[in-house]
Write a protein that binds this ligand. Structure first.
Ligand code: PAF
Length: 283
């Protein structure tokens, strides 16, 4: 496993693999790796000849009052996880190298970036999309792996890759959960034991409303999720929404495949989670 810190060097190495006919897998991360990330690494190990993991806490996807400075950083442990998962290259550029002085170019995915988390994190998705498109240009990846916990991010990146004609295929990977149901997230490290206990109610609420999807209308379902979330102690709800799986538009009674998506603050930690539901007879 090699750790590469220079953008130019990473690009040269990727280009060489591309020319040699190797299939390249990219797992973009901000570090603080957990079992969710490990599942992406092992998928790439299976599917690709070469796996590149990027570890980069991307400043442009954090708003001014967000947690950029306190975002968990655990490089030693991350490298250990990468090594165990047979990663070939860990790409860890500096902010200065990624965003050379005078950087002025941004990519945006209109409409899809304006719902769910969008209004609460106004610069977030443009920061993610800009960074991910740079990573695609540096890695020449055949496949890039994204977890479904960040469902809006996944759909936005899929759209961007299509719209900008990247060669990279986006591979969605299932959310990995603790046995309790809590979706794994690097931000879970912010939670105290008590907060962690109450956070379980988020995935529990999503699971419970799953039943309603067969028989009840979407407004009822939304109200039901909100009522369940409101009962979580020490919490504040940013949103609970039912959107189309395909394009994140607000779902209606004709939408066959939907996503129940929620964002909830537990104390000072913002958690997101979702569940995908398909009407009977649909794929
Ligand atoms: O999901 C993340 O960790 C980040 O948003 C990503 C995709 C690595 C871009 O910085």
């Amino acid at each position: 496993m090699r750790v590469i810190k220079s953008v130019l060097q990473m690009q040269k190495i990727s280009l060489k693999h591309l020319k040699d006919g190797d299939e390249i897998g990219l797992v973009p991360t901000m570090g603080a790796l957990h079992k969710g990330h490990a599942s992406l690494l092992s998928k790439s190990e299976k599917d690709d000849d070469v796996t590149i993991v990027s570890i980069f806490v991307n400043p442009i996807q954090f708003g001014p009052n967000e947690d950029y400075l306190k975002y968990p950083r655990s490089v030693k442990q991350d490298l250990e996880i990468c090594r165990k998962n047979h990663v070939d290259y860990v790409f860890m550029p500096s902010v200065e190298d990624m965003f050379s002085q005078g950087h002025k170019t941004f990519a945006e995915v209109k409409v899809m970036q304006d719902i769910l988390c969008g209004p609460f994190r106004p610069v977030h998705f443009r920061g993610v999309v800009t960074l991910v498109s740079k990573l695609f240009n540096i890695s020449y990846a055949d496949r890039a792996y994204f977890g479904m916990k960040d469902f809006q991010q996944l759909k936005i990146v899929e759209r961007m890759a299509k719209d900008l004609n990247f060669r990279t295929k986006i591979v969605p990977c299932p959310t990995v959960r603790e046995r309790s149901g809590l979706a794994l997230s690097s931000r879970n490290t912010y939670l105290s034991d008590d907060e962690k206990n109450v956070s379980l109610n988020i995935s529990k609420a999503l699971k419970e409303v799953q039943q309603d999807f067969k028989t009840k209308n979407l407004n009822f379902i939304k109200k039901n999720i909100l009522n369940k979330l409101k009962k979580i102690p020490n919490s504040k709800i940013d949103y609970a929404e039912v959107v189309s799986f395909n394009d994140l538009s607000i779902a209606d009674k004709n939408t066959k495949k939907v996503v129940f998506a929620v964002a909830v603050w537990i104390g000072k930690t913002r958690l997101i989670d979702n569940i995908v539901m398909t009407r009977r007879g649909e794929k």
